[in-house]
Design a protein around this ligand. Structure first.
Ligand code: HPA
Ligand code: ZN
Length: 350
């Protein structure tokens, strides 16, 4: 309807999307065929013999606090599904196709600029070379700019559930790709892996001119302490952005800290429905917005979240937070301000 049209047509920047998290079942099926692979979920030894079955595997059943799952042995976590998808990314062309598939979709929603996350450790540990991975991503970056008019700067994330030494090796290995990689982030399973473990690498990265961000997932019992670390400690004096961190809205102290340090937040509302009740999620987003904290709506891992791309996250936020069109334009403008695009690119989209 008319509401949707305004949001659809808004020029957008996307600041929270995992490029590997945009792998659709259709593309995964196609790449597996091309690479002669059998598609399976390792732990349960489930083999997917049709695209339909593979599609169904994107419906993740994860226990959330206070809820149990009836058929627990058939359930799997988001991370199992997500890293399972990595297996089909083998050749330079696979990485190119993955990224272009996202960029084409983004262009159709009027995304004009993007900062995709990528997880190199999830590829090097399977024996994929940096040249293969970055070659495909770089070619997609160039092709998206040329044929779709979407510029991008990329954010390398460390997998926080792997050893700090591995993160350091990958930090060194990304240096030759500096012109493409604007920032460093931290993602994957946050359980018992606070941001402070990576303080030294983040400090090094900041000195080298990288921009810094870090995931603080909702549904984590340690979330307030981790948010505090991101906003005030990481990289020396705090990261510039916080991915998720929604529970900061429960704490006036954290809200003030985030504001004082000028931290921007990326928010992906559909994903939170798996972990939190509706009446906690949307009032918190509204609180952050009303506090004047720059918040950018992103899409995280669309096919793994009921196929919700940025437009769906925006429309959900609009409806549930009762944002006006004017508010949506404010959100969009703040997202541009939060981005790590060059001044000239910002001027083009703003
Ligand atoms: N949380 C943490 N790490 C991730 C996610 C997520 O939702 N998606 C991809 N890596
Ligand atoms: Zn994320």
């Amino acid at each position: 309807d008319a509401d949707d049209k305004f949001v659809l047509e808004l020029p957008k920047v996307e600041l929270h999307v995992h490029i590997e998290g945009t792998l659709t079942p259709e593309l995964r099926w196609e790449l597996a065929k091309r690479n002669g692979q059998t598609l399976k979920l390792e732990r349960t030894e489930t083999v997917y013999t049709s695209l339909e079955q593979l599609r169904a595997s994107y419906t993740i059943m994860e226990p959330r606090p206070g809820h149990s799952i009836d058929n627990a042995e058939e359930s799997f976590t988001f991370f199992e599904a997500y890293y399972g998808g990595f297996e089909v990314l083998v050749t330079e062309q696979d990485f190119f196709d993955l990224a272009m598939n996202y960029f084409r979709r983004a262009a159709s929603m009027n995304v004009r600029y993007c900062e995709p996350f990528f997880d190199p450790q999830g590829h090097t540990r399977r024996g994929v070379s940096w040249a293969t991975m970055m070659g495909g991503f770089r070619r997609a970056q160039q092709e998206a700019e040329k044929s779709l008019g979407i510029k991008s700067n990329w954010i390398m994330c460390f997998l926080r559930d792997l050893p700090v030494e591995s993160a350091m090796e990958h930090y060194q290995a990304v240096l030759p790709y500096r012109d493409m990689v604007v920032g460093i982030g931290l993602d994957s399973d946050e359980t018992n892996r606070p941001p402070s473990l990576f303080a030294d690498i983040f400090a090094l990265a900041r000195q080298a001119g990288f921009r810094l961000t870090c995931h603080c997932d909702v549904g984590q019992p340690t979330t307030h302490e981790n948010i505090r670390q991101v906003a005030s400690v990481l990289g020396g004096s705090g990261a510039e952005r916080l991915d998720h961190g929604l529970n900061a809205a429960q704490s006036q102290e954290l809200i003030q800290l985030i504001k004082k340090n000028g931290v921007g937040m990326t928010i992906t509302p559909w994903g939170y429905l798996r972990h939190q009740p509706v009446n906690e999620i949307f009032p918190r987003i509204r609180t952050l917005f009303d506090a004047g904290i720059p918040t950018a709506i992103g899409s995280d891992d669309p096919p793994y979240m009921e196929d919700c791309w940025i437009i769906h996250h925006l429309l959900l936020a609009k409806k549930m937070c009762v944002f006006t069109d004017h508010d949506m334009a404010t959100l969009a403008r703040r997202s541009v301000d939060m981005s790590w695009a060059s001044e000239s690119t910002r001027a083009e989209i703003r």
